[in-house]
Design a protein around this ligand. Sequence first.
Ligand SMILES: [Zn+2]
Ligand SMILES: [Zn+2]
Length: 211
Amino acid sequence: MGSSLVASCFCGAVQFSLAAEPMFIHACHCRDCQVQVGGPFAINGIIEAEHVVQTKGPKPKRFTMPTESGRPHDIYRCPTCATALWSDYGRRKVMLFVRMTMLKDARRFSPDVHIFTKSKLPCDELAMLANGASARAGATNENDATSRGALPRGRAAKNKPKDAPRGHTTVKGATTKKPAGVFSVYYDMKKEWPAASLKRRAACLKTPPSP
Ligand SMILES: [Zn+2]
Ligand SMILES: [Zn+2]
C-alpha cells in the first residue's frame, strides 16, 4: 500500500500504517465524540485490526470510556503525547475505528456517512456541504443506534448541491466515492456499505482476536 496510508501521533513516538483502505468512514457528530476529540465531529475509518500495523514506538495506552449502551469504548492513545490513535467499540479487538485525521495524507479521505447529526454543532453545515452530504433514511439495525432511543429519519442538509456527481472532487486531492449520507442517528449498513466492505466486515468479525 502507498505512503498515503502512513500515520503518526502528534509527537511522532507512535507510527503506524494501514495495510488496506478502510472499509467505511464515519463522521460522528455525537456529543461523546465532540467532547472526546475537541471538535465538531470525529472521522473514523473502520478497518480490520490486523490491517493496522504499528511501525514505531511504544504500545498504545488504553483508556476505557463509559457509554450509554454499557459496552466499553476503548480509546488507544500514544503514551507520550496522548493523541488518540483509534477506538475499539465493544472491545471486539478485531475491528478498529482509526482517527483518519492522523494519516499523513488525511485529505485523501472523506466520510462516507455523517451520523448522529441530531447533535451536530452549527459550524458543521460547512463541513458537510463541502463533503457533498445528502440526507438519506436512517435505520435501526445497529446496536449503537437502538441504544440511543428515537430514530428520526435522515434530515436534509441545507443548501446541499442537488446534482453533485458521483466521485466529485470537493477540495484539492479529496475525492468522495458518492455524496456522503447524512443520518440524524444511524443508518442501514446494507444500504450504505459497498458489498466488498460488507464482506470484509463479516470475515473480520469471525476472526478470533489475537492475544
Ligand atoms: Zn505521541
Ligand atoms: Zn460519536
